[in-house]
Design a binder for this molecule. Structure first.
Ligand SMILES: *[C@@H]1O[C@H](CO)[C@@H](O)[C@H](O)[C@H]1NC(C)=O
Ligand SMILES: *[C@@H]1O[C@H](CO)[C@@H](O)[C@H](O)[C@H]1NC(C)=O
Ligand SMILES: *[C@@H]1O[C@H](CO)[C@@H](O)[C@H](O)[C@H]1NC(C)=O
Ligand SMILES: *[C@@H]1O[C@H](CO)[C@@H](O)[C@H](O)[C@H]1NC(C)=O
Ligand SMILES: *[C@@H]1O[C@H](CO)[C@@H](O)[C@H](O)[C@H]1NC(C)=O
Ligand SMILES: *[C@@H]1O[C@H](CO)[C@@H](O)[C@H](O)[C@H]1NC(C)=O
Length: 503
């Protein structure tokens, strides 16, 4: 599993803010923790905090350390079918007011946990939020933090509406990593639970014991406050419930699962719907984007596929191909908006019917653009990330499905919540693409060469310019002097020779 941080931030701006209360939390605050041992040998922990909320007036209020300033028209689009408001709204929302963008190159930001906790009424001093220990959370195999806003009704006739804030954290631990498959709150989060947020109307821990006696056998200690049975869309779940208010009154509260029979075989149930995405082709000029959709159900499923392709990958709609086996199929519906360089991404939204037990392959060819040199990131040869495709579907059954129903806001509302369809949104993996990159080592080479040349020229120049000029006597003799001297010496020689002869 990929260790990644997934941030989904949906902000619905309300027109009638007067309906909001002036206090942050004057209605209810629910904190829940849902733990599910997965058949694959992992332990899934899902935190949820729900409250009715009011937008602070402080304009400097910064929620998260996400690079939201990088969201601009050149990477956002307005999907028509994939994202619908889940809260109440006056009239059907025009999708041209909706923006969707993904920042695939976001790095894990450990600072995100602090502002996340600050949104909670008790911060991290009391309640389930004390378990959010960054040293443990960022060491999991998968983690995801979410903040969701929506408008909800305050009364059954819906004359009053309120803003609901839901904060979630999903974590997946590898329980098979060590020999001992037992887990406990202390082992997962580094500490036990120390109390309940006094403002909370509900503070519960739920443990899904559905895999007990089939995959492995374990015992929970202390025994749960209650055990409830939930029948939902063909799935039967046995859930152990702990009321934290009762258990934390006696001190630090820890739940431990002790195995009697260890999990031996790894069973991997295929999920009903799955997808993956990859790039084919070689070189830095052309490629083909392939998204594969797997339907493992015995009924056909209609899915919405949203492709958000950055402007620097030009795609051509006529190269789009959807195949099932050898058969080419047509989408039920297609919406396409061509991208424009540096202005808008390529937007493609399709509705495809997936036959029972089938693999559907969507492919489209694309060309890689050569960017301006300032548009490359500092590590240009690393490549560019492309955001995931989003696959939205209404599943006919809720097998292995733990999502909340659209009309519910707490985990309790998902028990016995059989509906006509179960909304699921899958995101494929992000892809790393290497665009044609100029040789950024060239300036470096030029600099090296220039420096060498300068160094070679500098030595002699420096030598010449710093050399001391020393005057040497008798070295500068004019030609007149030389001649007179020569003549003088000649005559003096002659004279001396004559003298010698006379002698
Ligand atoms: C919440 O605040 C609003 C406005 O201040 C008030 O009308 C409402 O009665 C409060 N609700 C509760 C449950 O106290
Ligand atoms: C949505 O809004 C756009 C621009 O504001 C408008 O052109 C379009 O007709 C609207 N669509 C619907 C269904 O109201
Ligand atoms: C799992 O099954 C065993 C055997 O029936 C039982 O003793 C144990 O309490 C069960 N564990 C849970 C968490 O229900
Ligand atoms: C769900 O339905 C089953 C069967 O009708 C019932 O036994 C169980 O108590 C219900 N669970 C909840 C949480 O209401
Ligand atoms: C997941 O689905 C499979 C296939 O129906 C089922 O056997 C299994 O019990 C489910 N797993 C869980 C944890 O419910
Ligand atoms: C500097 O000039 C002197 C005299 O010409 C020469 O002997 C010496 O080697 C030179 N040094 C360098 C570093 O060029």
């Amino acid at each position: 599993m990929i260790r990644s941080l997934l941030l989904i931030i949906g902000v619905y701006l309300l027109k009638n803010t007067s309906a909001l209360s002036n206090n942050y939390y004057n209605d209810s605050f629910d904190e829940e923790l849902f733990i599910k041992p997965l058949p694959s040998g992992h332990v899934y922990a899902y935190f949820q905090f729900t409250t009715l909320w009011h937008i602070p007036k402080d304009p400097d209020y910064r929620l998260l350390c996400a690079s939201l300033n990088f969201v601009d028209p050149s990477n956002s689009l307005s999907p028509e079918y994939s994202f619908r408001p889940t809260g109440v709204h006056e009239k059907s929302l025009n999708s041209s007011h909706l923006r969707y963008s993904s920042l695939p190159r976001e790095i894990v930001c450990t600072e995100n946990l602090t502002p996340f906790k600050k949104l909670l009424p008790c911060d991290s001093k009391k309640g389930l939020a004390t378990l959010l220990n960054s040293a443990y959370i960022y060491n999991t195999n998968y983690h995801s933090i979410g903040i969701h806003f929506r408008t909800v009704c305050r009364n059954p006739s819906c004359t009053l509406s309120s803003l609901e804030l839901r904060q979630t954290i999903s974590l997946v631990y590898d329980a098979m990593a060590d020999e001992n498959q037992d887990w406990s709150l202390r082992k997962l989060f580094g500490m036990g639970l120390q109390g309940v947020c006094p403002l909370a109307t509900l503070s519960n821990i739920y443990i899904d014991t559905g895999t007990n006696q089939t995959v492995h056998t374990y015992q929970l200690s202390p025994p749960p406050t209650a055990t409830i049975l939930s029948l939902r869309g063909g799935q039967q779940d046995k859930i152990a419930v702990y009321d934290n208010r009762v258990h934390t009154s006696k001190g630090i509260f820890n739940i431990a699962a002790v195995h009697k029979k260890l999990r031996t075989n790894f069973i991997n149930y295929p999920s009903i719907l799955s997808a993956n995405r990859y790039i084919i082709g070689y070189g830095q000029e052309k490629g083909s984007l392939v998204t594969k959709l797997f339907n493992n159900h015995w009924q056909s499923i209609d899915v919405i596929l949203l492709e958000n392709i950055p402007w620097y990958l030009s795609v051509y709609l006529h190269t789009m191909k959807i195949t099932q086996g050898n058969e080419i199929i047509k989408p039920l519906l297609l919406r396409y908006l061509s991208g424009r360089e540096r202005q808008q991404p390529y937007y493609l939204e399709l509705i495809i019917r997936l036959p029972p037990h089938s693999i559907t392959k969507f492919s489209i060819e694309m060309e890689y653009l050569f960017l301006k040199w300032q548009e490359y990131p500092p590590d240009a040869n690393h490549g560019f990330y492309m955001g995931p495709a989003v696959i939205t579907a209404l599943l006919p059954i809720a097998r292995n499905y733990t999502g909340l129903p659209i009309d519910g806001s707490t985990i309790t509302s998902s028990f016995n919540a059989s509906r006509n369809g179960y909304l699921v949104q899958l995101r494929t993996e992000t892809i790393l693409i290497s665009l044609p990159t100029p040789d950024f080592s060239m300036p470096y080479n030029v600099i090296c060469l220039a420096c060498t040349a300068v160094a070679l020229a500098f030595g002699p120049l420096h030598n010449i310019s710093t050399k001391r000029l020393v005057l040497k006597k008798n070295t500068k003799v004019g030609w007149k002097d030389k001649i007179t001297k020569a003549i003088k010496s000649f005559f003096s020689k002659r004279k001396s020779e004559e003298k010698e002869k006379e002698d």
